[in-house]
Design a protein around this ligand. Sequence first.
Ligand code: LHQ
Length: 263
Amino acid sequence: MPHDLVRYETHGAVATVTLNRPDVLNALTRPLLTALHDALHRAEADGCRCLVLTGEGRGFCAGQDLAEIRADYDGDGSPDLEALLREFYHPVVRGIRRLGMPVVAAINGVAAGAGLSLALACDFRIAIENARLTTAFTRIGLVPDAGMAWTLPRLVGVAQANRLVMRSQPVSADEALAIGLIDEVVAGDQFGSRVDTFASELAAGPTRAFVLSRKLQDEAATATLDTLLDLEAGAQLEAGRTADHRNAVSAFLEKRPPAFEGR
Ligand code: LHQ
């Protein structure tokens, strides 16, 4: 992994991936996005069962590093943002949505632009109480990217998504919770321990069922009911053949708590 643009640590079955450019609120550069993509694969290779994405310092992520792309605007003034997205952002977004374990965004501070997009691509969002969230894109004359036009309206509805994108005002953690943009707000002194507990609980869960559920719900976004019913039959066939399912049924019938192994 190049340098420590992204820190990767494991505790038990939880991988924590920390964006590590605190001086610029963890703004995203090409090398950082590559390192993030590598870290996702590493968590899978290590057999982890939950991944936490967070930021070093006072920010979660300020989106694309605008200084990095500035040079692209010299010359004829027509930067190829499509190539930047396709080559560096899209693999990360797909990597998160297809990761073989649940993913938690631990939003430790401001999240802006594609930084917010990354948080929205995760399965869960826990924010520190003083976090601010802003789409930021239209403020610099861009459209939402890194999947936000797909994730945002699914979380908060089209009207709120439209307001958040076109007005682009920062939203507090409390407002974000109220509109469904995030799942929890936690006081600063309890943030780390709450994230640890949340992630450990997920890591002790039925990992295959979690991942299949995410996939099914993503597919449902564009499927007809008939198509979705076919997809759910296939997913349930697979879930039904996991050891976790069989063991959990036995545990229920024997009136003891299940012990999931993620397979
Ligand atoms: C930054 C950044 C930053 C560089 C803070 N870059 N340095 C776009 C283009 C192409 C293709 C791919 O996709 C995208 C997606 C995008 O993400 S577009 C959106 C890009 N992000 C933004 O427009 C957000 C820009 N940042 C801000 O509006 C503010 O910094 C926020 C609201 C995030 C935080 O405000 P403050 O808490 O007041 O912090 P600050 O502004 O003082 O920032 C601290 C430092 O971080 C500062 O550097 P300095 O040397 O003065 O201490 C900023 O220049 C630097 N920084 N964001 N995106």
